[in-house]
Design a protein around this ligand. Structure first.
Ligand SMILES: [Zn+2]
Length: 370
């Protein structure tokens, strides 16, 4: 490593100790990193100048010169998250610590409209949350409800038939004054948010109920996307070979048994809110149980293949709570070979998990590479 490279590496090292230990003193950072106090001081000066860390008031008492403890700068570089759903858009700003500083989600029908309409709507919302947060946004993470290709393009989203091979990153960057934009799958980003901000375990299958069924695989704390970025498409795992036709062209996919539309229909509910409100009534309860069992069947296959000990239910599934969770867990108990039984939990982050993952990916990248 050359000197510049060593310095960059050490900057990231110091920043990581501040992020993990805040508030933390320079002396503690030196002890934790094995760097000299002098080196740490000069690196900290650089991080202060870049607005990445800030100093708290010095603790009183003790002897010698009081040292100002360090923390991540809540007024420093911030991340913007954007979510393009099938029938909504969302935008969110998080600060360097990952705390949400502004968030907004509005209905926006994308199924029958050109992508440019949806992205313009998203850009308007993004400018609103940026203004509200009042922080310097340095990048954008976009969550998309489909397969994201190697160049960040939305290759295919079965529920958005007009969004095929859309260069979302470039289009949104043009609408947002050239801010750098990264894209990811919505379930992947929700799973990462759970890991980063929800104290989630490092090995987990994340499944979220939306119009489609989003799935994500996290192994050893890292997302497993597969060589083509398509891993985790749990919604199109077949649970009934003779079942109804699916938007993907297949038949009997999980989405047709446990997707939002199928659930609302089976429950005889008017919409998702109606389903959640009436979830204890007999018809909705039976629909939720049926969806949970279908989910359990699909998840059992995945757990038997991957040996993942924890399943996290997000999106609508988290809102349906214990009855759905218990149906999933019951199915897994009879179909999975492992002991102890698979731990099935509801997401702790709520409906903003995907947006937090999208925005969080921006600040996480900045912290890794200051
Ligand atoms: Zn399908």
């Amino acid at each position: 490593m050359g000197a510049a490279e060593v310095r960059r590496h050490n900057l990231a090292l110091v920043l990581r100790e501040v992020a993990e230990g805040e508030p933390v003193s320079r002396a503690a950072v030196a002890a934790l990193t094995g760097l000299t106090r002098g080196t740490v001081s000069s690196l900290v000066d650089e991080l202060l100048a870049a607005d990445l860390v800030s100093e708290l008031a010095a603790a009183r008492g003790g002897t010698g010169r009081p040292a100002n403890p360090l923390q991540l700068n809540r007024s420093g570089p911030a991340g913007l998250g954007v979510e393009i759903g099938v029938d909504h858009v969302g935008a969110c700003v998080v600060d360097l610590s990952g705390a949400v500083r502004a968030v907004r989600t509005v209905p926006s029908a994308h199924r029958d409209r050109p992508p440019s309409d949806g992205l313009e709507r998203a850009a308007v919302l993004a400018r609103e949350v940026i203004a509200e947060a009042g922080l310097p946004v340095v990048g954008v993470g976009v969550a998309l409800p489909g397969v994201v290709g190697p160049q960040g393009e939305l290759q295919r989203a079965p529920n958005l038939p007009r969004w095929i091979d859309v260069g979302v990153g470039g289009m949104l960057s043009d609408l947002l004054d050239g801010l750098p934009v990264d894209t990811g799958n919505e379930a992947d980003l929700a799973a990462l948010a759970e890991l980063w901000f929800g104290g989630g375990p490092p090995d987990v299958l994340h499944v979220s109920g939306e119009i489609g069924v989003g799935g994500a695989i996290v192994l050893g704390g890292d997302l497993f996307r597969g060589p083509g970025g398509r891993a985790g498409e749990l919604g199109h795992v077949v649970v009934d070979p003779d079942g109804p036709e699916c938007s993907c062209g297949g038949r009997g996919c999980l989405e047709q048994a446990a997707g939002q539309d199928a659930l609302v229909r089976a429950a005889g509910a008017a919409d998702v809110e109606d389903l959640v409100r009436r979830r204890a009534e007999p018809a909705p309860a039976a629909a939720i149980d049926g969806a949970g069992r279908a989910l359990g069947v699909a998840l059992a296959g995945a757990v038997n293949l991957l040996d993942v000990p924890v399943v996290v239910l997000g999106g609508l599934y988290a809102r349906l709570g214990a009855p759905l969770r218990d149906a999933v867990a019951g199915e897994l108990r009879t179909r999975v070979l492992t002991s102890p039984p698979v731990d099935v939990r509801c997401s702790v982050l709520g409906p903003d998990a995907t947006l937090r993952g999208a925005a969080g990916s921006v600040v996480r990248a900045r912290l890794r590479n200051p």
